[in-house]
Design a protein around this ligand. Structure first.
Ligand SMILES: Cc1cc2nc3c(=O)[nH]c(=O)nc-3n(C[C@H](O)[C@H](O)[C@H](O)COP(=O)(O)OP(=O)(O)OC[C@H]3O[C@@H](n4cnc5c(N)ncnc54)[C@H](O)[C@@H]3O)c2cc1C
Length: 356
Protein backbone atom coordinates (compact mmCIF):
# COMPACT_ATOMS: atom_id res chain seq x y z
CA UNK A 1 0.00 0.00 0.00
CA UNK A 2 1.42 3.36 -0.96
CA UNK A 3 1.65 6.23 1.44
CA UNK A 4 -0.86 8.95 0.64
CA UNK A 5 0.94 11.76 -1.13
CA UNK A 6 0.77 14.30 1.64
CA UNK A 7 2.82 16.88 -0.20
CA UNK A 8 0.03 17.34 -2.72
CA UNK A 9 -2.31 18.25 0.06
CA UNK A 10 -0.14 20.51 2.08
CA UNK A 11 -0.11 24.21 2.00
CA UNK A 12 3.53 25.28 1.61
CA UNK A 13 5.00 26.08 4.98
CA UNK A 14 8.23 28.00 5.55
CA UNK A 15 10.99 25.62 6.57
CA UNK A 16 11.96 27.52 9.66
CA UNK A 17 9.29 28.58 12.12
CA UNK A 18 9.39 32.31 12.66
CA UNK A 19 10.99 33.24 15.96
CA UNK A 20 8.53 34.02 18.73
CA UNK A 21 5.27 34.36 16.72
CA UNK A 22 3.19 35.54 19.63
CA UNK A 23 3.78 37.98 22.36
CA UNK A 24 4.26 35.68 25.30
CA UNK A 25 6.00 38.33 27.32
CA UNK A 26 2.74 39.61 28.82
CA UNK A 27 1.32 38.14 32.00
CA UNK A 28 3.92 35.51 32.62
CA UNK A 29 2.56 32.54 34.55
CA UNK A 30 3.75 31.78 38.06
CA UNK A 31 6.44 29.15 38.42
CA UNK A 32 6.13 26.04 40.52
CA UNK A 33 9.82 25.20 40.12
CA UNK A 34 12.66 27.70 40.14
CA UNK A 35 13.80 26.99 36.61
CA UNK A 36 12.83 27.88 33.04
CA UNK A 37 9.20 27.33 32.09
CA UNK A 38 9.79 24.12 30.18
CA UNK A 39 11.37 22.78 33.38
CA UNK A 40 8.06 23.59 35.08
CA UNK A 41 6.07 21.72 32.43
CA UNK A 42 8.44 18.80 32.81
CA UNK A 43 8.17 18.71 36.60
CA UNK A 44 4.42 19.24 36.88
CA UNK A 45 3.13 17.33 33.85
CA UNK A 46 5.65 15.12 32.07
CA UNK A 47 7.59 13.67 35.01
CA UNK A 48 4.36 13.26 37.01
CA UNK A 49 3.03 10.99 34.26
CA UNK A 50 -0.04 13.09 33.49
CA UNK A 51 0.95 14.36 30.02
CA UNK A 52 -1.73 13.32 27.51
CA UNK A 53 0.60 13.72 24.52
CA UNK A 54 -1.91 16.10 22.93
CA UNK A 55 0.96 18.07 21.40
CA UNK A 56 -0.44 21.55 22.08
CA UNK A 57 2.89 22.57 23.66
CA UNK A 58 4.50 22.26 20.22
CA UNK A 59 3.55 25.94 19.98
CA UNK A 60 6.97 26.60 21.55
CA UNK A 61 8.21 29.55 19.48
CA UNK A 62 11.69 28.09 19.04
CA UNK A 63 10.22 24.68 18.14
CA UNK A 64 12.30 23.07 20.85
CA UNK A 65 9.53 20.73 22.01
CA UNK A 66 9.59 17.40 20.24
CA UNK A 67 6.24 15.67 19.70
CA UNK A 68 7.00 12.25 18.28
CA UNK A 69 6.21 8.61 19.00
CA UNK A 70 7.66 8.87 22.52
CA UNK A 71 7.07 11.02 25.60
CA UNK A 72 7.14 14.76 24.92
CA UNK A 73 10.57 16.28 25.44
CA UNK A 74 12.64 19.40 24.89
CA UNK A 75 16.26 18.28 24.51
CA UNK A 76 18.65 20.89 25.89
CA UNK A 77 15.80 22.90 27.38
CA UNK A 78 18.11 24.35 30.02
CA UNK A 79 20.02 26.06 27.23
CA UNK A 80 17.47 26.46 24.42
CA UNK A 81 14.18 27.24 26.20
CA UNK A 82 13.58 30.99 25.81
CA UNK A 83 11.48 30.92 28.99
CA UNK A 84 8.36 32.47 27.46
CA UNK A 85 5.90 30.18 29.27
CA UNK A 86 3.92 29.39 26.11
CA UNK A 87 4.03 25.63 26.75
CA UNK A 88 2.56 25.76 30.23
CA UNK A 89 -0.03 28.31 29.26
CA UNK A 90 -1.56 26.06 26.61
CA UNK A 91 -1.07 22.68 28.30
CA UNK A 92 -4.45 21.21 29.31
CA UNK A 93 -2.76 19.13 32.02
CA UNK A 94 -1.07 22.05 33.78
CA UNK A 95 -3.48 23.01 36.59
CA UNK A 96 -5.36 19.87 35.70
CA UNK A 97 -8.97 19.37 36.70
CA UNK A 98 -10.36 16.41 34.75
CA UNK A 99 -13.46 17.02 32.64
CA UNK A 100 -15.98 14.24 32.49
CA UNK A 101 -19.55 13.19 31.79
CA UNK A 102 -21.66 13.67 28.69
CA UNK A 103 -21.18 17.45 28.74
CA UNK A 104 -23.67 19.87 27.25
CA UNK A 105 -25.24 19.00 23.93
CA UNK A 106 -28.04 20.30 21.71
CA UNK A 107 -28.90 16.97 20.14
CA UNK A 108 -27.84 13.35 20.43
CA UNK A 109 -28.32 11.27 17.32
CA UNK A 110 -26.94 8.34 15.33
CA UNK A 111 -25.79 8.92 11.77
CA UNK A 112 -24.46 7.03 8.78
CA UNK A 113 -22.90 8.52 5.68
CA UNK A 114 -24.27 7.54 2.29
CA UNK A 115 -21.09 8.63 0.48
CA UNK A 116 -18.07 7.75 2.68
CA UNK A 117 -16.86 4.58 4.37
CA UNK A 118 -15.49 5.32 7.82
CA UNK A 119 -14.69 3.61 11.08
CA UNK A 120 -18.37 3.48 12.05
CA UNK A 121 -20.90 5.65 10.22
CA UNK A 122 -18.28 8.07 8.79
CA UNK A 123 -20.03 10.97 10.51
CA UNK A 124 -16.68 12.58 11.32
CA UNK A 125 -15.89 12.65 7.61
CA UNK A 126 -19.37 13.98 6.87
CA UNK A 127 -19.04 16.87 9.35
CA UNK A 128 -15.76 17.96 7.79
CA UNK A 129 -16.98 17.45 4.22
CA UNK A 130 -20.10 19.46 5.02
CA UNK A 131 -18.04 22.26 6.59
CA UNK A 132 -15.84 22.39 3.46
CA UNK A 133 -18.83 22.51 1.13
CA UNK A 134 -20.54 25.18 3.21
CA UNK A 135 -17.38 27.30 3.18
CA UNK A 136 -17.11 27.23 6.99
CA UNK A 137 -13.56 25.91 6.57
CA UNK A 138 -11.20 25.71 3.64
CA UNK A 139 -9.07 22.92 5.01
CA UNK A 140 -9.63 20.01 7.41
CA UNK A 141 -6.78 18.24 9.17
CA UNK A 142 -7.35 14.49 8.96
CA UNK A 143 -5.30 11.65 10.37
CA UNK A 144 -4.27 9.18 7.68
CA UNK A 145 -2.27 5.97 8.17
CA UNK A 146 0.94 4.78 6.56
CA UNK A 147 1.96 1.23 5.61
CA UNK A 148 2.47 0.36 9.29
CA UNK A 149 -0.78 1.93 10.45
CA UNK A 150 1.19 4.80 11.88
CA UNK A 151 -0.86 8.00 11.91
CA UNK A 152 0.13 11.15 10.09
CA UNK A 153 -1.79 14.30 9.35
CA UNK A 154 -3.05 15.32 5.90
CA UNK A 155 -4.78 18.47 4.70
CA UNK A 156 -8.15 17.82 3.09
CA UNK A 157 -9.57 20.55 0.88
CA UNK A 158 -11.95 18.51 -1.26
CA UNK A 159 -14.50 16.02 0.16
CA UNK A 160 -13.64 13.59 -2.66
CA UNK A 161 -10.28 12.99 -0.97
CA UNK A 162 -12.22 11.28 1.83
CA UNK A 163 -13.00 8.35 -0.46
CA UNK A 164 -9.49 7.13 0.40
CA UNK A 165 -10.05 4.71 3.29
CA UNK A 166 -6.54 5.26 4.63
CA UNK A 167 -7.71 8.72 5.66
CA UNK A 168 -11.00 7.80 7.29
CA UNK A 169 -11.05 5.28 10.14
CA UNK A 170 -9.51 5.11 13.60
CA UNK A 171 -5.79 4.84 14.27
CA UNK A 172 -5.11 3.82 17.87
CA UNK A 173 -1.92 5.86 18.20
CA UNK A 174 -1.04 9.44 19.07
CA UNK A 175 -1.33 11.70 16.04
CA UNK A 176 0.39 15.05 15.55
CA UNK A 177 -2.76 17.04 14.91
CA UNK A 178 -1.83 19.96 17.17
CA UNK A 179 1.75 20.28 15.81
CA UNK A 180 0.31 20.29 12.28
CA UNK A 181 -2.21 22.94 13.31
CA UNK A 182 0.59 25.11 14.71
CA UNK A 183 2.60 24.74 11.51
CA UNK A 184 -0.37 25.58 9.29
CA UNK A 185 -2.33 28.19 11.22
CA UNK A 186 -0.77 31.21 9.52
CA UNK A 187 -1.41 29.72 6.08
CA UNK A 188 -5.08 28.84 6.31
CA UNK A 189 -8.21 30.98 6.32
CA UNK A 190 -10.41 28.66 8.34
CA UNK A 191 -9.60 25.16 9.51
CA UNK A 192 -11.33 22.15 11.04
CA UNK A 193 -9.62 19.63 13.26
CA UNK A 194 -10.46 16.17 14.56
CA UNK A 195 -9.00 15.01 17.83
CA UNK A 196 -9.18 12.89 20.91
CA UNK A 197 -10.68 14.64 23.99
CA UNK A 198 -7.25 15.77 25.25
CA UNK A 199 -6.48 17.45 21.93
CA UNK A 200 -9.80 19.25 21.99
CA UNK A 201 -9.02 20.47 25.53
CA UNK A 202 -5.59 21.61 24.34
CA UNK A 203 -7.23 23.49 21.49
CA UNK A 204 -9.73 25.22 23.76
CA UNK A 205 -7.03 26.32 26.20
CA UNK A 206 -4.96 27.56 23.27
CA UNK A 207 -7.92 29.49 21.86
CA UNK A 208 -8.30 31.32 25.15
CA UNK A 209 -4.67 32.41 25.05
CA UNK A 210 -3.99 33.04 21.35
CA UNK A 211 -6.81 34.83 19.47
CA UNK A 212 -5.52 33.64 16.07
CA UNK A 213 -6.66 30.10 16.91
CA UNK A 214 -10.08 31.34 17.98
CA UNK A 215 -10.42 33.20 14.68
CA UNK A 216 -9.28 30.39 12.46
CA UNK A 217 -10.26 27.06 14.00
CA UNK A 218 -13.92 26.97 13.04
CA UNK A 219 -14.75 23.35 13.74
CA UNK A 220 -13.39 20.85 16.27
CA UNK A 221 -14.77 17.33 16.11
CA UNK A 222 -13.96 15.23 19.19
CA UNK A 223 -13.73 11.45 19.20
CA UNK A 224 -15.01 9.34 22.08
CA UNK A 225 -11.92 7.87 23.68
CA UNK A 226 -10.93 5.50 26.47
CA UNK A 227 -7.23 5.26 25.76
CA UNK A 228 -4.62 5.74 23.05
CA UNK A 229 -1.18 4.21 22.46
CA UNK A 230 2.33 4.98 21.29
CA UNK A 231 2.53 3.45 17.83
CA UNK A 232 5.80 1.62 18.45
CA UNK A 233 4.42 0.01 21.59
CA UNK A 234 1.18 -1.04 19.94
CA UNK A 235 3.09 -2.46 16.98
CA UNK A 236 5.51 -4.37 19.20
CA UNK A 237 2.70 -5.67 21.42
CA UNK A 238 0.72 -6.93 18.43
CA UNK A 239 3.82 -8.47 16.84
CA UNK A 240 4.28 -10.41 20.07
CA UNK A 241 0.84 -11.89 19.40
CA UNK A 242 1.69 -12.68 15.78
CA UNK A 243 -0.29 -9.74 14.38
CA UNK A 244 1.25 -7.65 11.61
CA UNK A 245 -0.09 -4.11 11.35
CA UNK A 246 1.25 -3.86 7.79
CA UNK A 247 -1.51 -6.25 6.71
CA UNK A 248 -4.23 -4.40 8.61
CA UNK A 249 -7.02 -2.45 6.96
CA UNK A 250 -8.90 -1.72 10.18
CA UNK A 251 -8.25 -1.56 13.91
CA UNK A 252 -11.09 -1.28 16.38
CA UNK A 253 -12.02 -1.64 20.03
CA UNK A 254 -15.35 -3.38 20.47
CA UNK A 255 -16.82 -4.87 23.64
CA UNK A 256 -13.51 -4.83 25.49
CA UNK A 257 -11.50 -6.34 22.63
CA UNK A 258 -8.87 -4.82 20.38
CA UNK A 259 -9.65 -6.10 16.90
CA UNK A 260 -7.33 -6.06 13.90
CA UNK A 261 -8.76 -6.86 10.46
CA UNK A 262 -6.42 -7.85 7.62
CA UNK A 263 -6.87 -7.06 3.94
CA UNK A 264 -7.79 -10.75 3.52
CA UNK A 265 -10.73 -10.33 5.90
CA UNK A 266 -8.98 -12.36 8.62
CA UNK A 267 -9.71 -10.96 12.11
CA UNK A 268 -7.69 -11.04 15.34
CA UNK A 269 -9.05 -10.14 18.74
CA UNK A 270 -7.22 -9.40 21.99
CA UNK A 271 -8.87 -8.44 25.31
CA UNK A 272 -8.02 -4.78 26.00
CA UNK A 273 -7.31 -5.80 29.61
CA UNK A 274 -4.18 -7.56 28.33
CA UNK A 275 -2.96 -4.26 26.87
CA UNK A 276 -2.92 -2.48 30.24
CA UNK A 277 0.89 -2.39 30.37
CA UNK A 278 1.10 -0.32 27.16
CA UNK A 279 -1.61 2.20 28.07
CA UNK A 280 0.35 5.45 28.56
CA UNK A 281 0.20 6.95 32.06
CA UNK A 282 -1.30 10.19 30.74
CA UNK A 283 -4.38 8.30 29.51
CA UNK A 284 -4.84 6.75 32.94
CA UNK A 285 -5.72 10.12 34.49
CA UNK A 286 -8.13 11.17 31.74
CA UNK A 287 -11.84 11.07 32.56
CA UNK A 288 -13.15 12.73 29.42
CA UNK A 289 -14.73 9.98 27.33
CA UNK A 290 -17.06 12.12 25.25
CA UNK A 291 -14.82 15.09 24.36
CA UNK A 292 -17.03 17.54 26.22
CA UNK A 293 -15.38 20.63 24.73
CA UNK A 294 -15.84 19.70 21.07
CA UNK A 295 -18.32 21.27 18.62
CA UNK A 296 -19.58 17.75 18.04
CA UNK A 297 -18.41 14.49 19.56
CA UNK A 298 -18.51 11.26 17.61
CA UNK A 299 -18.05 7.66 18.69
CA UNK A 300 -19.10 4.14 18.20
CA UNK A 301 -20.88 3.14 21.41
CA UNK A 302 -24.57 3.87 21.64
CA UNK A 303 -25.43 3.17 18.00
CA UNK A 304 -26.11 0.11 15.93
CA UNK A 305 -23.41 -1.32 13.65
CA UNK A 306 -22.46 0.94 10.78
CA UNK A 307 -23.67 4.11 12.53
CA UNK A 308 -21.76 6.74 14.52
CA UNK A 309 -23.13 8.22 17.72
CA UNK A 310 -23.09 12.01 17.55
CA UNK A 311 -23.42 14.62 20.29
CA UNK A 312 -24.02 17.97 18.62
CA UNK A 313 -22.79 20.65 20.99
CA UNK A 314 -22.43 23.93 19.07
CA UNK A 315 -24.58 25.92 16.68
CA UNK A 316 -21.95 25.49 13.95
CA UNK A 317 -22.13 21.71 14.26
CA UNK A 318 -25.92 21.87 14.27
CA UNK A 319 -25.93 23.92 11.04
CA UNK A 320 -23.65 21.40 9.36
CA UNK A 321 -25.79 18.51 10.55
CA UNK A 322 -28.93 20.17 9.10
CA UNK A 323 -27.07 20.71 5.82
CA UNK A 324 -26.06 17.03 5.67
CA UNK A 325 -29.68 15.98 6.20
CA UNK A 326 -31.00 18.46 3.65
CA UNK A 327 -28.54 17.20 1.03
CA UNK A 328 -29.55 13.63 1.87
CA UNK A 329 -25.90 12.74 2.50
CA UNK A 330 -26.71 10.88 5.71
CA UNK A 331 -29.12 8.41 7.23
CA UNK A 332 -30.21 9.31 10.75
CA UNK A 333 -31.00 6.86 13.54
CA UNK A 334 -31.54 6.65 17.26
CA UNK A 335 -28.77 6.81 19.79
CA UNK A 336 -28.73 5.15 23.20
CA UNK A 337 -27.58 7.99 25.38
CA UNK A 338 -27.62 5.82 28.51
CA UNK A 339 -24.98 3.57 26.94
CA UNK A 340 -22.70 6.56 26.25
CA UNK A 341 -23.32 7.83 29.78
CA UNK A 342 -22.29 4.43 31.16
CA UNK A 343 -18.98 4.66 29.31
CA UNK A 344 -18.46 8.22 30.60
CA UNK A 345 -19.02 6.98 34.18
CA UNK A 346 -16.80 3.96 33.63
CA UNK A 347 -13.91 6.17 32.52
CA UNK A 348 -14.19 8.24 35.71
CA UNK A 349 -14.22 5.04 37.76
CA UNK A 350 -11.13 3.49 36.16
CA UNK A 351 -9.17 6.74 36.04
CA UNK A 352 -9.36 8.37 39.47
CA UNK A 353 -7.62 11.73 39.78
CA UNK A 354 -5.63 12.64 41.77
CA UNK A 355 -4.26 9.13 41.64
CA UNK A 356 -4.95 7.19 44.85
C1 LIG B 1 -7.58 6.61 20.23
C2 LIG B 1 -9.06 6.46 20.00
C3 LIG B 1 -9.84 5.78 20.92
C4 LIG B 1 -11.21 5.66 20.73
N1 LIG B 1 -11.97 5.00 21.67
C5 LIG B 1 -13.31 4.90 21.51
C6 LIG B 1 -14.11 4.24 22.49
O1 LIG B 1 -13.59 3.75 23.51
N2 LIG B 1 -15.45 4.17 22.28
C7 LIG B 1 -16.05 4.71 21.16
O2 LIG B 1 -17.27 4.62 21.02
N3 LIG B 1 -15.31 5.35 20.22
C8 LIG B 1 -13.96 5.45 20.36
N4 LIG B 1 -13.22 6.09 19.41
C9 LIG B 1 -13.89 6.70 18.24
C10 LIG B 1 -14.23 5.70 17.14
O3 LIG B 1 -13.19 4.76 16.99
C11 LIG B 1 -14.42 6.43 15.79
O4 LIG B 1 -13.31 7.22 15.49
C12 LIG B 1 -15.65 7.29 15.80
O5 LIG B 1 -16.79 6.50 16.05
C13 LIG B 1 -15.83 8.02 14.48
O6 LIG B 1 -16.16 7.12 13.48
P1 LIG B 1 -16.63 7.66 12.07
O7 LIG B 1 -16.91 6.49 11.19
O8 LIG B 1 -17.71 8.65 12.28
O9 LIG B 1 -15.31 8.46 11.63
P2 LIG B 1 -14.55 8.52 10.23
O10 LIG B 1 -15.41 9.21 9.25
O11 LIG B 1 -13.98 7.20 9.91
O12 LIG B 1 -13.37 9.53 10.62
C14 LIG B 1 -12.55 9.29 11.72
C15 LIG B 1 -11.44 10.30 11.66
O13 LIG B 1 -10.83 10.37 12.92
C16 LIG B 1 -9.49 10.82 12.76
N5 LIG B 1 -8.60 10.02 13.57
C17 LIG B 1 -8.34 8.70 13.48
N6 LIG B 1 -7.44 8.32 14.38
C18 LIG B 1 -7.12 9.42 15.07
C19 LIG B 1 -6.22 9.68 16.13
N7 LIG B 1 -5.48 8.71 16.67
N8 LIG B 1 -6.12 10.92 16.62
C20 LIG B 1 -6.87 11.92 16.08
N9 LIG B 1 -7.73 11.74 15.06
C21 LIG B 1 -7.84 10.51 14.57
C22 LIG B 1 -9.13 10.67 11.30
O14 LIG B 1 -8.97 11.93 10.72
C23 LIG B 1 -10.30 9.93 10.72
O15 LIG B 1 -10.55 10.31 9.42
C24 LIG B 1 -11.82 6.22 19.57
C25 LIG B 1 -11.03 6.91 18.64
C26 LIG B 1 -9.66 7.03 18.85
C27 LIG B 1 -8.82 7.79 17.84
Amino acid sequence: MNKVDVKLWKIPIPEKPPECRFDWTKERPERVERCKYFGNLKAVVIDKGICSHCGTCYICPVRGIVVEDKPIDFPNWRKDCIDCGACIRVCPRYDYTPLNGLGEYIEAVAGKSKRFKGQDGAMVSEFMAGALEMGIIDVALFVARDEEFKPYVVHITDPDQLKDERITGTKYSFASVMPELHDSIKHVRAVGIIGTPCMISGLRKLQKVVPLYKQKVKLAIGLFCTENFYHWQLKEFLEGRGIDLRKAVKTDIKKGNFIVTYDTGEEFSIPVKEMEEIVPDGCKVCQDFSAVEADASVGSVGSKKGFSSVLIRSETAKEIFEYLKEKDYIEVGEVKIDVIKRLCDYKVKIHPYPKG
